[in-house]
Structures are given as structure tokens and as C-alpha cells.
Design a protein around this ligand. Sequence first.
Ligand SMILES: [Zn+2]
Length: 205
Amino acid sequence: MSVNRTSVSSGKWAAIAAACLASVAIAIGNSSDTINGDELLFRAERVTGDRFLYATKTPRGTLVRARTEPPAEILRAIDDGLSTLFDIAHRHGYRRRLRHSDYTVFIARADRTADREGRYSPDIAIPAAQYAGSIYDQGGVVYAAGMVLSFDPCAFVIAEHERDWKRVADVVRYEGEHLVLFHNDPSLFRQTADHSRGGGHPILQ
Ligand SMILES: [Zn+2]
């Protein structure tokens, strides 16, 4: 399913979809480059302005880097989001990068905790760039629920949450969609990577 610009502003999941930035990794580096762990950490710190001094793994083996020790609920939500994504990906016949240990998730400080409608919505502020003037542009910055940082290794960033773990699982699933598509369905990846041209999440049903 995809959404158009008229419908993207309504509905809870559409609000998340509107705030996903898949194409930042393309803007900040060659997406086909393989980078090492130090380069990935540097990229995450440059994009978010945070220092990720804490590292841990989820119960299912995803590497998590955060400013401080994250709550157990967010680690389980990361597992849940990726598990849902991998189940759907298998149904589509995809086989690559479908292990939890293939993924690194950064948890950054939230730059806002409520959206314009006042709903709980911890998001990260990113300079607007290609989203300038679109519905995603809110005064020079775009608020992103999540953002792909690297395609190889598979890595993205989400914001710190204190509740609404279902939202965390959804954001993880949606950011992960871009990475699964990059490695399994390049054509569909290219069609869906830039939300400033329309389209949202979930991409895969
Ligand atoms: Zn997206």
C-alpha cells in the first residue's frame, strides 16, 4: 500500500510514514559503499548531534547504540518490528538480510515529543534538503521518526521513547523496509525510497 499526499496527513500510521526519511543515507554518502563500524558511528553522531556511548544487543541479536542504557521495552519493540518485517519479506520470496543480527539501530535524543496535532511522537529533526516546500517541511527541518543511515551494514536511527512501544515497532519495521528492499528488490527500492515524491509505509503487505 502507498499513500498520496492528500491522505498522508491523516491517520496514525500515516503520521509515522510522513516522518520517515529513507533517502538521507543517499544524500550523506554513496549508498552502495560498505562502511565500517567506526564510520557508521561517526555518521550517526554527525547526523544526530548525539554521542552514542552505550552499546547493547536486543534479545534477538540486533546491535543497539544509544546515549544511555535503553529500557528493555524498546529493545523488545525493535525485535518485534524486525520480526514482523522479516515474516512479510519471506512471504515475498526475499532472502537477504533477514536476520536480526544483520541490523544496527541507533536510538537518538528526540528533538520533539509531540507532533503538530499534539500526539505523542518522539522524532528527530533533520535539515529539510529535498523535502523543502513539501508537506514534510516544517520550517527548514523535517521531523523524522526514523532514518536510514547505511545500507551496508544495515543501520538506521530512531528516537528515544518513554512509551508507545507499538510505535517503536512500527518505525523499526518501516525503516527496515527500505533496507530489505535495497538488498532484495532494487527496482521497488528505487520507486519507494524518496517519500518527498509521494508514498509511505508500509510498502510491503
Ligand atoms: Zn520510509
